[in-house]
Design a protein around this ligand. Structure first.
Ligand code: JHZ
Length: 415
């Protein structure tokens, strides 16, 4: 990878409704690509960096980043995220599948299509119940892992063109699943139009996306990076789907990834009271108004300052510090705060595709989680704070021996 990657552009209009009065409210500076984990042989090469600024569209309430890095750069050349490394995520996926099978009466005649199916972490549960599936994912590593598991997977980006091709082949989905992908598509309207084309007349799309209100209220600023073009309220989602003849009929609010919405979208309008409640609450809270976001940048800066003070204090007293979770959000936190090997010795991660690489930008080495017990640093900074319960359980021996975790978000805290 070199420095010559071109951005496809800097936004001047909302990527959902097209309004041109975007209101910027946070800049995280020039950020490397957060999933571009650096190989040993590339260590001397500088990371390409891109401006990372966030803005609100007051017309439709979509929050969005202003710079667009080409999807091929993000998801084909530099993507090492495999969903199957988190037990909590697998469990969340299994429960989602069971509830869809029951509520939709799915069987051997049905077709479930997942957009951004990654390594088949979710479709495997449908397949195990004899329900035909098709995965779509452009990332080579995860898509090949899915195919190796026997999950039919198209290694492609999804949009109107692919949706029409499948439909012409006679394939329409009874259920479309799209988890943590809506935020990732630069052409939001093309993607949603594709869902409209591919969905059977009485089908449902079950879509998960991190909830904007949780991000702002809990200061989860490290989930803002170039892979995530959009940050959704229910208001923004409802307007987006309506534009393409689809109705957001039902929603669930889950704790996964720091707070996510699971929305259920169908052709026929049948809006449930909970959707109306969320829309009314967002209106009352002012999620579409710039005032809601006014103090966010100051809160983000104070998390950074408190964390740096804490880490530097530990180092000044001779304490050793490691980190857990070579997460994309970890790359944001470390780079934004300028935390390098002077403060953190290594980052532990279970994902074998990330181990023995380096965190982008700050170049902290990534090792297996077993290193924590072997090295016994006094503190471990929990970069994957969204999997706190699972990771603390797994690291019980480290804590029993006196090791402490630092949870950075929503405010730095030692536990
Ligand atoms: P995790 C990813 O963000 C990328 P990231 C992506 N862009 C997206 O949208 C969000 O997910 C939703 C490791 N781990 O899931 C696995 C352990 O080592 O918070 C991961 O490398 N041991 C698609 O990267 C990292 O931590 C464990 O026990 O911020 C977690 O990354 C567990 C639970 C995880 O997502």
């Amino acid at each position: 990878m070199n420095d010559s990657i071109a951005m496809t552009g800097v936004a001047t209009a909302c990527r959902s409704c097209g309004a041109s009065d975007l209101v910027p409210f946070l800049s995280l500076g020039r950020m490397p690509l957060v999933d571009a984990f650096v190989r040993e042989e590339d260590r001397a090469e500088p990371d390409p960096r891109f401006p990372l600024g966030v803005a609100l569209c007051p017309s439709c309430s979509l929050v969005q980043i202003l710079e667009t890095v080409p999807p091929e750069t993000l998801f084909v050349e530099n993507y090492h995220y495999f969903s199957s490394f988190s037990d909590a995520l697998l469990d969340h996926a299994r429960r989602n599948v069971e509830s869809l099978i029951a509520s939709r009466g799915l069987g051997a005649e049905s077709l479930v299509i997942e957009l951004a199916s990654n390594d088949g972490y979710l479709l495997q549960f449908f397949r195990d119940r004899g329900i035909p599936v098709l995965g779509i994912d452009p990332s080579p590593g995860p898509a090949e892992a899915a195919i190796a598991k026997g999950i039919p997977t198209l290694r492609e980006f999804f949009g109107v063109e692919l949706a029409w091709r499948l439909r012409r082949e006679g394939r329409r989905a009874d259920v479309i699943i799209a988890n943590n992908v809506l935020a990732h598509v630069p052409d939001l309207n093309g993607f949603v139009a594709g869902i409209g084309i591919l969905l059977a007349d009485d089908g449902v799309a079950a879509i998960e996306a991190p909830y904007l209100k949780d991000l702002i209220d809990r200061c989860e600023f490290d989930t803002i990076y170039h892979e995530h073009h959009s940050y959704f309220s229910v208001t923004a989602l409802s307007a987006l789907f309506r534009r393409h003849g689809l109705s957001l009929n039902r929603l669930e609010h889950h704790p996964i990834h720091g707070g996510s919405l699971r929305i259920f979208v169908e052709r026929r309008e049948n809006t449930s009271p909970i959707v109306r409640e969320y829309l009314a609450r967002e209106e009352a809270d002012g999620l579409a108004r710039p005032a809601y976001y006014r103090d966010f940048a100051a809160r983000v800066a104070s998390v950074r300052d408190d964390l740096l003070r804490l880490l530097r204090g530990i180092r000044a007293r001779g304490g050793r510090i490691a980190a857990y979770g070579a997460a994309a959000k970890g790359s944001v936190l470390l780079n934004y705060a300028g935390i390098g090997t002077d403060l953190i010795e290594f980052v532990a991660d279970r994902n074998i595709h990330k181990q023995w690489r380096y965190m982008p930008g700050v170049r902290i080495p990534i090792r297996a989680p077993e290193e924590i017990l072997r090295e016994m640093p006094a503190y471990v900074l929990l970069l994957a704070w969204n999997f706190k319960d699972e990771i603390l359980r797994q690291q019980a021996a480290y804590r029993e021996r006196g090791g402490r975790f630092i949870v950075p978000i929503p405010r730095p805290e030692i536990i």
